[in-house]
Design a binder for this molecule. Sequence first.
Ligand SMILES: NC(=O)C1=CN([C@@H]2O[C@H](COP(=O)(O)OP(=O)(O)OC[C@H]3O[C@@H](n4cnc5c(N)ncnc54)[C@H](OP(=O)(O)O)[C@@H]3O)[C@@H](O)[C@H]2O)C=CC1
Ligand SMILES: O=C(O)[C@@H]1CCC=N1
Length: 269
Amino acid sequence: MPFPIKGPIWFMGCGNMGGAMLSCWLEAGLDPARVTVIRKSGEAVAMGVTVLTAPPPDGPVPSLVVLAVKPQMLDLVAPALAPMLDPTTLLVSILAGVETEALRRRFPAPRAVLRAMPNTPIAIGRGVVALHGDGLDHAGREHAEALMAPLGTVEWVDESLFDVVTALAGSGPAFLFRFVDALAAAGADAGLDAAQAARLALATVTGAGLLAEGSTESLAALANRVASKGGSTRAGLDILDEPSALKALIRDTIDAAILRNREMAAAAR
Ligand SMILES: NC(=O)C1=CN([C@@H]2O[C@H](COP(=O)(O)OP(=O)(O)OC[C@H]3O[C@@H](n4cnc5c(N)ncnc54)[C@H](OP(=O)(O)O)[C@@H]3O)[C@@H](O)[C@H]2O)C=CC1
Ligand SMILES: O=C(O)[C@@H]1CCC=N1
């Protein structure tokens, strides 16, 4: 399938996330000659991609700009970038917390603004990308979905819930990595070799995720398949299922992340 957007494509910032998005798109057939990356270090990205430390002063207006700097850098990069855009530019922002209105104030020209919240597994095309569009018609939404499809699962979310989806899916991989580490550490504390425990914990989580993905059964039913009545898994689940245990811990974790997203949103307003 041809890349869904024609014309020049700029990345403002190309670190963990910008870099992963770009790799996915190049793998999906994007011609690197169409891409300009603007990044502080000027470090090379991929063969054929132009890398600059400031927006190109002349040349064609970009059809697509991906904002992929840290939210705190927004006001540093916006003044030089905004005048280079016109109504035909699709502005995509992956900045946590920063709302459409805050983007529009800094980038008044683009007709369409797309907020996207990816997560790090996009690097292998198995991420989650939550989207909220402003100024997109039906065709524009279809283009946005096609643009993000190589990255993984794409879902539209109302902007009022963007901080929540950022906490759940954007931050989610970090929370899960901690869980896997905790599983491994508990195994090691109980006597397993630490490296072996780490391998087993990761393989268990990967296998369980794939099993759940391919199953029509609920997660509760899948857990019950592991836990025989009166058996050892049930004894462990009884600890996790205490009202003040896992659910409360995860709720506090997600709430803390949501709160921080809201603080960043307020700062950008
Ligand atoms: N990490 C994650 O899991 C997720 C992050 N996000 C969002 O993605 C955005 C980027 O995060 P992430 O990729 O992790 O961050 P990184 O620190 O990896 O990347 C930031 C990029 O910004 C560039 N940059 C910094 N200052 C400037 C400047 N003055 N001019 C131009 N470029 C500059 C850096 O350039 P250089 O590389 O040359 O130093 C780098 O390429 C954030 O807004 C974050 O909220 C969203 C979802 C998930
Ligand atoms: O921690 C952050 O700010 C971003 C948001 C989602 C993942 N990383």
